[in-house]
Design a protein around this ligand. Structure first.
Ligand code: 5AD
Length: 363
């Protein structure tokens, strides 16, 4: 009863969000998802935007305690794709009319890397006659680097805050001076200043994370006035400090999926006009995770288009799905999934969020 009352409100309070975040009753959960889907339909339409994902390198200077490609992971077969391989994937994305792509890799901050990305961005713009939208997801960089990549033609940047709880952030990152919360926030602000559409997100179901933390994460998205959100459940990665410490003691898969879906739905209910991705990690825990994400209010999918020989090497966590599929197979598979939800793929569109356009018009 109370759930239905809360869902009638146009603007939820923090207390409302916490009440909804604590719900576990399946019928009430369905009410939340249904309402979130209605808001997505009202604000964006029954549409799904695609971003072809190219994971071009798993080299990383960071050592995040949860991540399978952290610098100290010894068992990782490191790779850095040739420029032509990246461009070939980009061409595939263009020819298949995905409208937009994401370049993602482990973090590097050296000039060779900066220049590589700058050139690749320029060449992707050229090969697509300026038509492909380019999102970068390449970690913390200096303001100058962000600016160079923006000037080269990238217009969106995804940098997860991982958790907005600074204490928790400290626990999941090594305290070696290279992983600090303030620098993450500084980066997000620089990106916005420079003119990017900015996305952030968190991991859900981290050991020690409370439902209140997750509500604070949604308030953080609001405070940072972000245009897009990419978040997903935490999944154990064996060869990591957190994998070793928490194997067997992380909350159940079902709970993490349910929390992930609630985060999508509540972010949609609270922020309304932003882009929200249904991420691969959701599917990693539930074969129907991404469909459920769309049903709970997400409107973006990131089909993996990384070339076959590299897919299995970009393993941030155990049992990453789709690593044996080709880009072609992913395309067909996802089209079926989107149709089953009743949404339509917005082929050929950049798919910027309505939030971005409203923000721009206010400037
Ligand atoms: N489980 C879930 N997500 C993870 N990421 C890294 N490791 C894991 C994991 N074990 C996410 C982080 C990072 C993004 C690239 O992948 O949120 O920002």
């Amino acid at each position: 009863m109370k759930t239905a009352e809360i869902l009638k409100k146009e603007k939820l309070t923090k207390e409302d969000l916490l009440y909804l975040m604590n719900i576990e009753d399946p019928e009430d959960l369905n009410l939340i998802y249904k309402k979130a889907y209605e808001i997505k339909e009202r604000e964006i339409g029954k549409k799904v935007f695609y971003r072809g994902l190219i994971e071009f390198s798993n080299n990383c200077i960071k050592d995040c305690n949860y991540c399978g490609i952290r610098r100290s992971s010894k068992g990782v077969d490191r790779f850095f794709m040739e420029k032509n391989d990246v461009l070939e994937s980009a061409k595939w994305i263009y020819e298949n009319n995905y409208g937009s792509l994401v370049l993602q890799s482990g973090e590097r901050q050296d000039e060779e890397f900066t220049l590589f990305v700058e050139e690749v961005v320029k060449e992707i713009k050229q090969l697509s006659n300026g038509e492909l939208g380019i999102t970068l997801s390449l970690g913390e960089q200096s303001r100058e680097t962000y600016k160079r990549w923006f000037d080269a033609g990238a217009h969106r940047y995804l940098l997860r805050v991982e958790t907005s709880n600074e204490e928790l952030y400290k626990r999941i990152h090594p305290q070696d001076g290279k992983h600090n919360f303030e620098n993450r926030i500084r980066s997000l602000k620089d990106l916005r200043d420079i003119g990017y559409q900015v996305g952030t997100g968190v991991m859900i179901g981290l050991p020690g994370q409370s439902n209140e933390d997750l509500v604070e994460d949604i308030l953080f998205y609001e405070k940072m006035d972000v245009d897009m959100i990419g978040m997903g459940p935490y999944i154990i990665s064996d060869e990591t400090p957190m994998g070793e410490e928490y194997r067997g003691s992380v909350i159940s898969k079902e709970k993490r999926v349910s929390l992930g879906l609630k985060m999508i739905a509540l972010s949609r209910l609270y922020l309304k006009d932003i882009n929200i991705a249904a991420t691969t990690a959701l599917q990693g825990l539930d074969p129907l995770g991404r469909e459920k994400g769309l049903k709970a209010g997400a409107n973006v999918l990131m089909p993996v288009t990384t070339k076959d020989e590299y897919r299995a090497k970009y393993q941030l966590y155990n049992d990453k799905p789709c690593i044996d599929d080709t880009a072609e197979q992913c395309k067909g598979c996802l089209a079926g999934r989107v149709k089953s939800v009743g949404d339509e793929i917005a082929y050929g569109e950049w798919g910027d969020s309505p939030h971005y356009f409203k923000r721009k018009n206010k400037l």
